[in-house]
Write a new protein. Structure first.
Length: 219
């Protein structure tokens, strides 16, 4: 029987407890024994448990219920867990399209971008993942060496909107026709996506993948 939404919610609570206790082995065990072993796919566990847990951790930090050190501890556990879960998903057939994913310069919160990278990898895209705080000039240089069909940029904090603007401008100057997708709080700044001529990434993988397929000409 598929894992129900209510079960994902309960699993998230237990996963958050393991994160705050600093117990990465228990965090991983929970997702395997009560997620994957009950029929959930890795992408579902990532979307409905890890992503939800990170949002919860963010709220706890923003409301001063946990310290920045505890937030880092919890996020570090999710990074370890995601790396181990990656090998639990059978590699899909590649669709021939490449996607570059990077956090803009100064953006250190890379977990959302890494989730997107995994979602798209599981959907058959070849992913070039550059991680946190990627300078615009370095990204442009990398794309010149290994061209892609889509560039996805993450800016989780609104104060990184200037860096997002600068990166989009740099990528456009080097490759005017390359589609650009953006995600994070900076992408939700009113009018910014229209100003930059970019597509805002849906947060849910079921919505994200069709958008990406359309942008790279597969839809």
């Amino acid at each position: 029987m598929p894992v129900a939404a209510a079960d994902f919610a309960a699993l998230t609570e237990r996963y958050v407890a393991a994160q705050l206790a600093g117990d990465r082995r228990e965090a991983y065990r929970l997702l395997v024994d009560e997620g994957l072993s009950r029929g959930a796919r890795v992408v579902e566990v990532q979307a409905h448990v890890i992503r939800a847990a990170q949002r919860r951790i963010g709220v706890l930090w923003e409301t001063n219920q946990i310290s920045i050190a505890q937030e880092h501890l919890a996020t570090g556990i999710s990074q370890v867990v995601m790396a181990r879960l990656y090998d639990c998903e059978p590699p899909p057939a590649r669709n021939g399209k490449r996607v570059a994913i990077a956090c803009v310069d100064g953006e250190l919160h890379e977990l959302p971008a890494r989730l997107v990278a995994d979602y798209l990898d599981y959907a058959g895209f070849t992913i070039h993942y550059f991680g946190a705080s990627t300078p615009a000039h370095a990204l442009v240089e990398a794309l010149a060496v290994q061209p892609v069909d889509l560039c996805a940029l993450s800016a989780t904090m609104t104060f990184h909107a200037p860096a997002l603007r600068a990166t989009v401008a740099a990528v456009r100057a080097a490759s005017a026709s390359l589609p650009i997708m953006v995600g994070g709080a900076a992408a939700s700044v009113p009018g910014l996506a229209d100003e930059l001529g970019v597509v805002v990434a849906p947060a849910d993988p079921d919505a994200l993948v069709p958008v990406v397929r359309m942008l790279v000409g597969l839809a």
